[in-house]
Design a protein around this ligand. Structure first.
Ligand code: NDP
Length: 395
């Protein structure tokens, strides 16, 4: 048991990761204090969470939603301060009472609050991979300069972190690591006949075979852009290049990733596909605690399969690799174009197979610059979103 009970802010509390985090905390109530919860528009869900966890602060990004939440909180007699907008998110990501920040907002909207948490020297539990994809070096510098701790929540990166030796920050070669084996299930369309992909629906794309997740990451898994974003994320987290990272398709999602050493040893982290495991790992690190996740039953899980990724079926993998090799603001451009394309697909304005086509067009039309400052990154993000939106309208 820690000497003082750490306070936690959950950015994106009403989402899939936010809800799983609160489930883990609910079972460990004497180990954590919930200081702040945030959401975008889901008032009722945030209100229920406020009743259950009684944080000091609740943030709704949307102003009308913030007013509605405040009325509900006042009527219920709860002593919770309601904040709104990006300022509210940044305020609760940097509070003195907060030790841990779960960064679980989806997409580029999470960049500024996640970065603020790093700049405030917090333990940042990073689910919001888009923030790191967009701002790579800047984010890692903020972590280092301000004595923050960055712990990956993405199951693959959390697995890699668990399989890394101590002192891997000295460089992977220096500690005998030869390869990172980044596993991915291949998503719901791994075996779908190629000619049917143009007609798949948002609901089909969001029906992931192994994981239950928000709609944006579910579509990313279906295009395998999720694995592409994770490749970029792994390059930053483990200070390496795509040459050291091999993507391995593993449909059962039992192995969550592996680290290969120069002596031929391969360490794998395994478990049920349930995000409460990496969440509990990062919350308790360097200790361990119960997560509520079912035991992995080796006699029931059956055969484990491995395949090479199919770059023809999943062109987003190639685009993500190109983006990190180009460097500068290109990963931010890739990410922004992807967010716009995925939303258009979810709104049934873009066929599934046009997602990658659109991203490639945007990458070819928006120049990459050195990602030296936040302003430059945000400008690239805005230009890419604008270009993508115009291309969708013109199609
Ligand atoms: P969800 O869509 O389920 O939840 C997103 C959360 O972010 C919600 O709380 C939502 O609020 C909030 N939000 C949405 N838009 C904004 C905005 N513009 N400003 C502020 N808050 C906003 O997403 P997931 O939980 O699935 O994913 C969250 C992050 O974690 C993503 O980056 C994803 O890639 C990553 N991740 C998710 C995994 C999973 O299993 N789900 C696994 C690994 C990584 P509201 O509910 O009000 O809309």
């Amino acid at each position: 048991m820690p000497a003082t009970i750490p306070g936690i802010t959950i950015l994106g509390a009403t989402g899939s990761i936010g809800v799983s985090t609160l489930e883990v905390i609910a079972a460990q109530k004497d180990r954590f204090r919930v200081v702040a919860l945030t959401a975008n528009t889901q008032v009722d869900r945030l209100f229920q969470q406020c009743q259950a966890f009684e944080p000091k602060f609740a943030v709704m990004v949307d102003a009308d939603a913030a007013q509605q939440l405040e009325s509900k909180i006042n009527r219920a007699g709860l002593e919770i301060q309601v904040l709104q907008g990006l300022d509210g998110l940044i305020e609760v990501a940097t509070l003195a009472q907060t030790d841990h920040v779960m960064a679980a907002i989806v997409g580029g909207a999470g960049l500024l609050p996640s970065l603020a948490a790093a700049e405030a020297g917090k333990r940042v539990l990073l689910a919001n991979k888009e923030a790191l994809v967009m701002s790579g070096q800047l984010f890692m510098d903020a972590v280092q300069k301000n004595g923050a701790e960055l712990l990956p929540i993405d199951s693959e990166h959390n697995a890699i972190f668990q399989c890394m030796p101590d002192h891997y920050c000295q460089g992977l070669a220096a500690v005998g690591v030869r390869k990172i084996l980044l596993t991915g299930s291949g998503g719901p369309f791994r075996n779908t006949p190629f000619e049917e992909l143009a007609r798949v629906t948002p609901d089909q794309a969001c029906a992931h075979p192994n994981w239950s997740m928000g709609r944006k990451i579910s579509v990313d898994s279906a295009t395998m852009m999720n694995k592409g974003l994770e490749l970029i994320e792994a390059c930053w987290l483990f200070d390496t290049s795509p040459d050291t990272i091999e993507i391995v398709v593993h449909p059962q999602s039992i192995i969550h990733s592996m680290v290969e050493y120069v002596d031929g040893s391969v360490l794998a982290q395994m478990g049920m596909p349930d995000m409460r495991t990496p969440i509990a790992h990062a919350l308790a690190w360097p200790q361990r605690m119960e997560s509520g996740v079912e035991r992995l039953d080796f006699f029931a899980c059956g055969q484990l399969d491995f395949q090479e990724p199919d770059y023809n079926r999943f062109p987003c993998l190639r685009l993500a690799e190109e983006a990190i090799r180009t460097g500068g603001t290109m990963p931010a451009i890739l990410n922004a174009a992807n967010e716009v394309a995925v939303q258009a697909f979810l709104d049934q304005k873009l066929p599934f197979t046009r997602i990658a086509v659109l991203i490639e067009k945007v990458m070819n039309s928006v120049d990459s610059r050195n990602a030296d400052s936040l302003d430059i990154i945000l400008e690239a993000d805005a230009r890419a979103r604008d270009a993508a939106s115009r291309m969708i309208l013109a199609a």
